[in-house]
Design a protein around this ligand. Structure first.
Ligand code: ADP
Ligand code: MG
Length: 681
């Protein structure tokens, strides 16, 4: 038996079970032992029956006083009932429904150990379907028992048996980390770690084992992340841009820059002037004024003889930026153009030609910008907005449009710094913590279903005063599976209720051109109320909209609701956000309370992480981070820091992991990242 053997070499694993396992990415014996327990049940202590507490999982050791099983009766399954007692004198009934397959395992007078949830039924204690020790079975139900992540069709006991069957192979796992790394980071050896993660004697060993395995995983992750970024980090020189001319643009603005904007600009100025290419993330809440900063940088780039490009995640957003930039910069002699996927080929070709000839200074667009046909004359600065919508790869493709391009990434997702450091590992970070003066707090209130009419009356009043409203629902159309409001249903209902007003429906499956038209109409105030799904979450700017109603707020995350709320409060009028809570829960109430009280995106992001709790990784998939098995980027931030250092040291000595001692790591990195992503290894 070897670790690389198929799972079918184990007794009891036939083609059916193998298929179930394969569906979970488990093919070999190694895969079995590399799936780690999610948690442990402490079943070390046997509880006397007289001291059992209802509602808890507990371990008992009892003698069967009587056994009742009536066998099959007219095909009806009958239960097996065991009345049991222990030395404490307490009695408990152990019940197995459908007792047929189990009835012969128990005898009156014999003693057994059971583990399960204790319940109380009219004063009598019961334990239904407990785990127990079968004769001839190696697994023990007493001790610290691992609980594995769910594998459909395979029970915990079955999985434990599989792991136990692989146990003899564990000692064969050798040290795979290169050099003196294990000593330097005081890591337990891998065989010890794997053994104790599955079969721990005590908590201390679990801790040591977990630390080693978390370190392994995060080291692999960081090595991969740094390798994707190798291309950028290697650049020695970047286009040198003189930031000074930006003042000329700033003078035309009807406002003063905020302190946060000034600080971010100071960071950017230093980057632009230096001979090293800029790689900077600007984190700032919605409305904190990131676009102005981007305009300053683009203006300076053009004045230094370069072209600049700005990529937005959606067409609507690209158009909006195009309009803003045209309004702000064209009078200063900057030539601005837009490129999106939906443009006619003829217009596209024309734009591409002007771009290549250097007749366009600033190009705005969607991901259409990264297509191979897009060739710049002299690109010096690339800005991407709302970066979290783009994969790492896309950013790199954009920056591959020239040599030494300065990169600026703007995000309105205020990820805590610890997380940003890993997600944007190669980027320097500037945070804008101030909001433009005079920005009023958006009044945020929870509305319960019975408050609906009052709320709607209020919305009516605002619309009569010439303001506009958003209503956001979690679903597009009605669903039998999910008990929540849909945009379509609401649109029908509200069309009745708000007769005389102009309502429109917007969601992701509406044709893009139609979507665009609706958005434009809403921006032009040809529509009073927009009923939509979260498609409006990002970017759009309609200062006349002052009311945001979030339906089924219990279904939205904190950060998401904060983004949605950011759609209002953009003009001079006071704005309102209603959180309609249909299904009350502790977590929903906590989220709502935070939103009612705070408008600081950074604080909200941190609360969001705290409420989600460790174990749930912060939207890592959309950031292009592979799924993690045992680590958690939030609660293991300290290990992450160390793993990152170790990864940097390894890659410094051996950038392409060609040395023999780095082969095991290289293999792990490739396994973790798969083929979807291009690694510089
Ligand atoms: P973000 O992209 O960070 O969400 P924007 O750049 O779109 O924010 O800015 C939101 C609004 O605030 C815009 O209308 C912009 O003109 C305005 N704005 C930006 N900076 C300031 C400032 N310092 N003072 C007042 N208004 C500002
Ligand atoms: Mg913006």
């Amino acid at each position: 038996m070897e670790l690389s053997d198929s799972v079918t070499t184990l007794k009891g694993i036939g083609p059916k079970k193998a298929e179930l396992l394969a569906g979970q990415g488990i093919f070999t014996l190694n895969d079995i032992i590399m799936r780690f327990p999610r948690k442990y049940e402490d079943r070390r202590e046997i509880i006397p029956v007289s001291e059992l507490q209802a509602g808890k999982d507990q371990l008992i050791h009892v003698k069967v006083l009587s056994r009742r099983y009536s066998g099959f009766r007219y095909k009806k399954k009958s239960p097996l009932l065991l009345l049991c007692e222990d030395d404490s004198g307490g009695r408990i009934e152990v019940v197995f429904f459908n007792g047929a397959y189990i009835a012969n395992l128990f005898n009156a007078g014999a003693e057994y150990t059971f583990y399960g949830r204790v319940t109380e039924n009219r004063g009598a204690l019961q334990m239904v379907h407990p785990e127990f020790h079968r004769k001839g079975d190696p697994d023990d139900i007493r001790g610290i028992i691992p609980v594995y992540p769910g594998t459909e069709g395979i029970s915990q006991n079955e999985y434990r048996r599989m792991v136990r069957a692989c146990e003899p192979l564990i000692d064969g796992i050798g040290e795979w980390l290169p050099g003196d790394l294990p000593e330097r980071y005081r890591l337990a050896d891998p065989a010890f770690a794997v053994r104790n993660i599955h079969f721990p004697d005590d908590e201390k060993k679990i801790r040591q084992a977990r630390y080693r395995l978390i370190f392994d995983e995060l080291l692999t992750l960081e090595t991969g992340m740094l390798s994707i970024r190798g291309q950028i980090a290697d650049w020695k020189s970047g286009a040198v841009i003189d930031p000074a001319p930006a003042d000329e643009f700033v003078k035309t603005l009807p406002f003063e820059l905020t302190d946060g904007q000034k600080e971010a600009w100071k960071d950017i100025s230093d980057d632009l002037m230096s001979h090293k290419a800029m790689n900077r993330l600007i984190q700032g809440d919605v409305g904190s004024g990131k676009t102005v900063i981007a305009e300053m940088a683009m203006f300076a780039a053009v004045k230094s003889g370069y072209q600049a490009v700005m990529m937005a995640p959606t067409e609507i957003l690209a158009k909006q930026h195009f309009k803003t930039l045209t309004d702000d910069l064209s009078m200063l002699g900057i030539r601005i153009a837009i490129l999106t996927g939906s443009m006619k080929q003829k217009n596209k070709n024309e734009t591409l030609k002007r771009l290549a000839d250097g007749d366009i200074d600033v190009l705005i667009g969607t991901h259409a910008l990264i297509e191979p046909g897009v060739q710049f004359h002299s690109l010096g600065l690339a800005v991407t907005d709302e970066q979290h919508r783009f994969g790492v790869e896309q950013r790199h493709m954009l920056s591959g449009k020239g040599e030494g391009i300065n990169i600026m990434v703007m995000t309105a997702t205020p990820i805590p710094r610890t997380l940003a450091v890993i997600i944007y590992g190669d980027l320097d970070i500037s945070q804008i913590h101030t909001m433009p003066a005079g920005r009023k707090k958006i009044i945020t209130k929870v509305a319960h279903p019975e408050d609906r009419m009052v709320m709607y009356d209020f919305v009516k009043k605002k619309m009569r005063q010439g303001q506009q409203a958003y209503v956001v629902a979690p679903l597009i159309s009605e669903s039998d599976k999910i008990d929540a409001n849909s945009a379509e249903e609401l649109f029908d209902e509200l069309s009745d209720l708000f007769r005389g007003f102009r309502l429109a429906l917007l969601h992701g499956s509406i044709d893009p051109a139609e979507k665009d038209r609706i958005m434009t109409d809403f921006a032009d105030h040809k529509i009073d109320m927009l009923i939509s799904t979260v498609v409006i979450e990002i970017g759009i700017n309609v200062p006349n909209a002052t009311v945001m109603v979030i339906e089924n707020c219990e279904r939205f995350g904190l950060a998401q609701m904060h983004q949605l709320r950011g759609r209002v409060g953009r003009g001079s009028e006071k704005s309102y956000c209603f959180l309609v809570m249909e299904h009350e829960s502790d977590i929903a109430l906590q989220r709502a309370a935070i939103l009612e009280e705070s408008s600081d995106g950074f604080r909200i992001a941190e609360e969001d992480l705290r409420l989600r709790g460790p174990g749930e990784i912060f939207g890592t998939k959309q950031h292009g981070i592979p799924e993690l098995n045992i680590s958690d980027l939030v609660s293991h931030a300290d290990v992450l820091e160390k793993a990152k250092q170790a990864a940097q040291d390894i890659l410094h000595d051996d950038p392409h992991l060609t040395a023999d001692q780095d082969q095991a790591l290289k293999k792990r990195v490739r396994n973790m990242f798969g083929d979807d992503i291009h690694l510089e290894l």
